[in-house]
Design a protein around this ligand. Structure first.
Ligand code: ARG
Length: 584
């Protein structure tokens, strides 16, 4: 289905050409979605911008354009407003035919990409022997949603977990564990991640204080990098330990991702530095090998270097990302690479992108995008912490969401004197709890910080997961109540008469625009807003327009509107990583 706004744009260009000459077919007709429904559905202010050039009054220009506009099938008669805006309103008959088309389409009017790309989404990416924190949770939820939208558009998506599983810190950790807890390095499953994190912190203190220990740690790194079996085995056990914990979170959230950690690029790091050297980009600075950057300066206004090899010969986060970008371009043949991390890493990405471009690792045909996001704050407006001031464990945070959802559900059941099975209660609380966490995150403009509040995210009213799930369940209850099988409605004729019906229809047909917008701009909150509006418009329609009690053909037509709403909600929510409930 072609986007309506595109059809309108093309018609405008034709009309401009006929009215003012061939060259005007190239002018952008400035068609936008109307800012306010009282101006109709679409608007163009091109007459105003042409007035000077054509030396004519803009209302006169508007009339000339309208005289040549061939939008009779789509729009009511265009109106000229104010100084010469052209306002367009879609015709109900056009909406009816579009809705029939969408209804008959299993993809609900969203076409597959004409040129599917190979896209990498690098997300989640926690660090071994460290706790997965709320920042990683955001990356996981946002990255998963972006990957799903791209997959739905038929791109070939590689979901990569760039786990922090390599680096000098492992030498330090192994050296320390050899002293205090050697079993961890030889036997699987002896400690949990929490203890490992504590030991890691102790190791770090020791490392910073004790020169002799520092040297031992350094030797361990050398052994590990040389691939000594004993060291590799120890390192693998440590990774395994963390991986198991991470997997618990992925299972709970139903996240599919392929691990390709930093260690994967180990054997490519030296080559990155050699290539930078060959290109003449490498400079020594305080003993470290660096590439100086354009447009980045330090506090004193001096040019800033990106370090790619430390003075001790070790490589770092940036070197690994440079090696990874080469691999992703050359071996994975990625055409678009998307990195989802906290906004605090924006400079890191801008810097190594710049170096990768300069070094020719990144051809112009490959698009790289950093998708940054803000912080998760506690209700006190400060960085999210537990009551005792520690970092929040993700597993506990998610379990708590499910627990609170269960409490809400039990209260509601008691109020309504409903009894439900234990299975029902478990399933509903789990879906509502976890969806609420996901939705609360995705519905924010990702750049902003957001306040984590169970109470707010679980609210049945407002832009929340429960509100959306409820709208979906409401439609399903219509089918149960009326004994209607939505799938058997077939190609029913759609008739739109009531205002709320037309408003709902106008919203239903926008799904495709929204998905394309998210595909391009990577803001999941746009999809959330769309679904929230859809639920509201559906509720307004349902309050005003009887469905089961109306006469044919209105009844079937309205049932189709209900079903389409539910199918779009289900699809949209699934792209957000949220499953729907038939009853709740
Ligand atoms: N492990 C990093 C962190 O915890 C995130 C990695 C993001 N991906 C990348 N290619 N740099 O902050």
């Amino acid at each position: 289905m072609q986007l309506i706004i595109e059809v309108i744009r093309q018609e405008f260009q034709k009309a401009l050409g006929t009215a003012f000459g061939e060259e005007y077919t190239q002018v952008d007709p400035l068609v936008v979605v109307a800012s306010n429904p009282k101006f109709g559905d679409y608007q163009s202010n091109i007459p105003l911008t042409l007035a000077k050039k054509l030396g004519e009054n803009s209302r006169v220009i508007a009339q000339k354009i309208i005289n040549h506009l061939d939008l009779n099938n789509i729009c009511k008669t265009p109106e000229i407003a104010g100084p010469g805006f052209i306002n367009l309103s879609l015709k109900p008959s056009y909406l009816e035919s579009l809705l029939s088309e969408i209804n008959a389409d299993s993809r609900l009017g969203v076409e597959q990409a004409a040129h599917p790309q190979k896209i990498i989404v690098d997300f989640s990416s926690p660090n071994i022997a460290k706790e997965m924190h709320v920042g990683h949770l955001r990356s996981t939820i946002i990255g998963d949603c972006i990957a799903s939208v791209l997959e739905f558009r038929d791109h070939e998506v590689l979901r990569l977990n760039h786990v922090g599983d390599w680096g000098t810190q492992f030498g330090m950790l192994i050296a320390y564990l050899k002293e205090v807890y050697p079993e961890v390095l030889t036997t699987a499953d002896v400690i949990d991640l929490g203890d490992l994190v504590t030991l890691y912190k102790q190791a770090k203190i020791r490392f910073d204080e004790d020169e002799e220990f520092k040297e031992t740690a350094r030797q361990e790194v050398v052994k590990l990098q040389a691939g000594e079996p004993e060291s590799i085995h120890a390192w693998q056990l440590l990774c395994e330990q963390s991986r198991r914990e991470f997997q618990k979170i992925y299972d709970l959230l139903n996240i599919k991702i392929t691990e390709r950690g930093e260690s994967f690029y180990n054997s490519y790091l030296a080559k990155v530095v050699t290539e930078l050297e060959q290109q003449g980009l490498l400079e020594e600075n305080d003993g470290a090998q660096c590439v100086f950057l354009d447009g980045f300066t330090n506090k004193d206004g001096q040019p800033l270097p990106l370090i790619v090899q430390k003075s001790d010969g070790g490589y770092n986060y940036a070197t690994t990302d440079l090696a990874a970008i080469c691999y992703r371009v050359k071996e994975d043949k990625a055409q678009r690479i998307i990195y989802v991390t906290d906004a605090g890493q924006a400079n890191h990405f801008a810097q190594f992108f710049q170096v990768a471009k300069k070094a020719g690792f990144l051809p112009d045909t490959v698009e790289v995008v950093h998708v940054p996001f803000g912080l998760v704050l506690g209700e006190d407006g400060k960085k999210l912490k537990t009551r005792s001031g520690e970092t929040v464990k993700l597993k506990e945070l998610l379990d708590e969401a499910v627990k609170e959802a269960r409490q809400d559900l039990e209260n509601r059941l008691a109020e309504e004197s409903r009894t439900e099975t234990e299975d029902f209660i478990n399933q509903v609380s789990k879906i509502v709890g976890l969806s609420s966490v996901k939705y609360a995150d995705l519905s924010q403009n990702r750049i902003s910080n957001y306040i984590f509040s169970y109470k707010k995210m679980l609210n049945l009213q407002g832009n929340t997961a429960p509100y959306m799930l409820y709208a979906y369940a409401r439609v399903q209850s219509i089918s149960r109540e009326g004994g209607i099988d939505f799938t058997a409605l077939g190609e029913a004729k759609i008739v739109l008469t009531e205002e709320t019906e037309i408003n709902l229809a106008k919203h239903l047909i926008q799904l495709s625009d929204i998905i394309l917008d998210v595909e391009k701009n990577l803001y999941p909150n746009r999809l959330c807003e769309y679904l929230f509006e859809l639920s509201k418009k559906f509720n307004q329609f349902y309050e005003k327009c009887p469905v089961l009690k109306s006469e044919e053909p209105t009844k079937t037509s309205r049932l189709v509107l209900c079903d389409l709403t539910a199918r779009i909600l289900k699809l949209g929510l699934s792209l957000l990583g949220i499953s729907t409930l038939e009853r709740m």
